[in-house]
Design a protein around this ligand. Structure first.
Ligand code: SF4
Ligand code: SF4
Length: 145
């Protein structure tokens, strides 16, 4: 993780009962078929993630923020898009949480809420000429509705 990234990985939070007990966590649990409150913040997922250095929120921080009902912070994070679905976090979790699946559902939720979208118009034509076609197709599949 980049030097001084602590502030980025531990955003200032405003906690309130409504958010912590709100629909966001319940819906995510239901869609991902996981029990995210079981996470006890051991950090195994983050320490094994090959893309942690590129993320603004570590995978374990994403889980913590979900537990606290911080939908805005999570759905707007770069991490859910940086995640490469490699499953490393999932196999390392001692609580059996499929974190990769949670990340996938978070991407779907962000797209459904119109928070993020990736379309052909956002690809620099100079890059498009060089990026392998399968790379572009997989990016569209991952980042578009
Ligand atoms: S699935 Fe995503 S969050 Fe989990 S280790 Fe791989 S890149 Fe990191
Ligand atoms: S490995 Fe599992 S229990 Fe540990 S911080 Fe990550 S999600 Fe939580």
């Amino acid at each position: 993780m980049a030097e001084g990234a602590d502030n980025e990985t531990t955003p200032r939070l405003r906690l309130d009962r409504e958010k912590v007990r709100g629909e966001f966590g319940k819906r995510l649990d239901s869609l991902s078929e996981q029990h995210i409150l079981a996470c006890y913040q051991c950090g195994n997922c983050s320490s094994g993630c090959p893309l942690a250095e590129e993320m603004d929120l570590l995978p374990s921080t994403v889980m913590h923020l979900v537990q606290l009902g911080q939908s805005e912070a999570v759905l707007n994070s770069r991490s859910i898009w940086v995640c490469a679905s490699c499953l490393q976090c999932t196999v390392r979790c001692p609580k059996g949480i499929d974190i990769q699946k949670v990340m996938d559902v978070l991407r779907q939720m962000a797209l459904a809420e119109g928070i993020d979208h990736f379309g052909p118009d956002q690809v620099d034509p100079r890059n498009a000429a060089e990026v392998p076609q399968p790379g572009l197709v997989s990016a569209y599949r991952k980042l578009s509705t």
